[in-house]
Design a protein around this ligand. Sequence first.
Ligand SMILES: [Zn+2]
Length: 94
Amino acid sequence: MQKCGKCNEHFSWSKIYESFWLNYKPIKCNECNTTHKITMPSTLIFVSFTILPMLTFGFFLSPFSNGLVTLGIATLIFIIGSLLAPFLVTYKES
Ligand SMILES: [Zn+2]
């Protein structure tokens, strides 16, 4: 999990997760107040864990002819991907 570049304080999963939903809002360290911005590759990681697999499933891989079932599973894929993404992204001091 991502740490503060200055004081090595760990950022919580929920803090990073929240940052995603606020348009990659910069994270502020609890200890030293240093602001951290998401790195460019990390935004790509987030997209490739969420939107990409969701669309791939929805358009190419779905075995279901029922659009609603496909949509439900695609949404599930998106949610699971977004839950995993905080472990992989990196933030940089700004
Ligand atoms: Zn810190």
